[in-house]
Design a protein around this ligand. Structure first.
Ligand code: AMP
Length: 112
């Protein structure tokens, strides 16, 4: 069971900012920007690489949830970034699919 599954099950606390039937969003415990929210499916998909065609609707809901969270956090005016890390080279550390919504400052590119 990943740490995010425990957050979904309310076994450990999180600062939840948005929730629907299929999606949960909460603040990252080690924020890399003034706003840093993680948007995850309640379904335990390991990473984007593990999403299948049957997850197409869910993936759309996740993308729209990222934009909704960004709007609620006031990031839509200045802009923001949505990113998902996949596997070892991608820098993934929690093996439950999550989208980072980052904003509130000028972000650099390319990432390290
Ligand atoms: P990644 O490295 O892309 O897999 O991102 C995992 C993210 O989860 C990191 O930014 C961590 O800071 C964050 N994280 C780990 N544990 C928690 C937690 N208990 N609550 C909130 N965020 C967490």
């Amino acid at each position: 069971m990943t740490i995010f599954a425990k957050i979904i099950a309310r076994e450990i606390p999180a600062d939840i900012v948005y929730e629907t039937e299929h999606v949960l969003a909460f603040r990252d415990i080690q924020p890399q920007a003034p706003v840093h929210v993680l948007v995850i499916p309640k379904k335990p998909v390991v990473s984007l690489d593990h999403a299948s065609k049957e997850d197409a609707t869910l993936m759309g809901e996740l993308m729209l949830a990222c934009a909704e969270v960004a709007r609620r956090e006031g990031l839509d005016v200045g802009g923001y970034r949505v990113v998902t890390n996949i596997g070892s080279h991608g820098g993934q550390s929690v093996f439950h699919l999550h989208f980072h919504v980052l904003g509130g400052r000028q972000l650099g590119w390319p990432p390290g």
